[in-house]
Design a protein around this ligand. Structure first.
Ligand SMILES: [Mn+2]
Length: 358
């Protein structure tokens, strides 16, 4: 591991002109230099140094992320785990929920444990995309040495070391930066996991904030061995039938009032479609896809009579703030929270909140 003297050079190589430089080294491409971006100077170098030192001092490390893991959580936990193994660490990766089917093809995905409680002694726990230990829904994290790496605006300084970079397009970008800072090689397997994370967390490079830097990161990951075609096949064209049946049920419940659209599924819709929780992923995007709709909400009735909400915005409304005011969190354009049921009450509650904004 490099000492701090070379840290800024490493970071610069990771996120700055180094991308163009590495292209020149390969001699294969002569693309123009990547435009500088504000986030390259905003990376928290001191905390990165501290994180690298903590990793260096640890022998056994657990890597986890939030419950109901999405593509960024799964891909970044895997890449981070592989990075730590390269550094000679004893690594466990765990989630409180199963890895969704569409991510189980990822390298090493079968190594991720499905735990309710942290098992074993760890010198260090790295939490990705959590605003507190509760977000992981793993018990037994209290009192352990924790590192928090997050890119959400709802990020909190709850751990011993906290690296929150809201300019990162995915937590995968932070894992990428960490690998470069540690002077470790990003293997094709790591690149595959990180590319999938960036692809899914930027909404296939569609969300606001996707810029030249996002594409240079993607470019670098492809150069390092990620294969966009097969990854897109696995993520977008390998859905179980249950997901399509559930989508049909949700679209049958689609409603609109001015610039707000919403749709929902009940527990009986879930049962009838033989759907799993992960089959709900992305349904909200069909509602935000309507012309003239600014905010969309997907509501899912939970077996405990509470209601899980996913919110999307085209940019006019900050749905992270809306979700945070209701105990949830996320990004300005994509967020979530859980409300008390029954479903019609939760629907009215969120609609009242959104109508007040227009
Ligand atoms: Mn993310």
């Amino acid at each position: 591991m490099k000492q701090s003297a070379s840290m800024s050079r490493q970071l610069d190589r990771a996120l700055g002109g180094g991308l163009a430089e590495s292209r020149l080294e390969t001699g294969a491409l002569r693309a123009p230099a990547v435009a500088p971006s504000k986030r390259r100077s905003s990376v928290g170098v001191p905390v990165l140094n501290a994180i690298l030192e903590a990793i260096q001092d640890a022998q056994s490390i657990l890597v986890t992320a939030h419950a109901r893991p999405d593509g960024d959580a799964v891909g970044s936990v895997l890449a981070c785990g592989m990075l730590l193994e390269q550094l000679g660490k004893q690594v466990e990766m765990a989630f409180s929920d199963r890895v969704p089917l569409i991510y189980r093809w990822l390298p090493c995905a079968q190594r991720i444990r499905h735990w309710q409680s942290v098992e074993g002694d760890f010198d260090l726990v790295i939490l990705l995309e959590c605003d507190g230990i509760e977000r992981s829904r793993l018990t037994g994290l209290e009192g352990r040495r924790l590192i928090n790496i997050d890119h959400h605006t709802s990020g909190q300084n709850f751990a011993d070391l906290n690296w929150i970079d809201t300019d990162a397009c995915a937590v995968a970008e932070q894992v990428f930066t960490l690998a470069y800072a540690a002077d470790m090689r990003i293997t094709p397997d790591m690149a595959t996991c990180l590319y999938m994370a960036v692809l899914t967390d930027t909404g296939s490079f569609c969300y606001e904030g996707t810029d030249a830097h996002t594409f240079s990161l993607a470019h670098e990951l492809v150069r390092l061995g990620a294969r966009p075609g097969p990854i897109a096949q696995d993520v977008y064209f390998s859905n179980p039938m249950s997901k399509m049946l559930l989508l049909g049920a949700a679209l049958g419940n689609l409603k609109r009032d001015g610039r707000v659209a919403w749709l929902w599924v009940t527990t009986s819709d879930m049962e009838r479609s033989n759907a799993a929780e992960e089959d709900c992923e992305g349904i909200v995007n069909y509602a935000i896809g309507i012309a003239g709709v600014e905010v969309a909400v997907f509501l899912r009735e939970l077996p405990n009579h509470r209601v899980r909400l996913s919110l999307r915005s085209k940019g006019e409304v900050n749905v992270a703030a809306v979700a945070e005011s209701l105990g949830g969190g996320g990004h300005e354009n994509a967020s979530g929270c859980t409300l008390e049921g029954p479903l019609p009450v939760a629907t009215e509650a969120i609609l009242a909140r959104l109508r007040a904004l227009f």
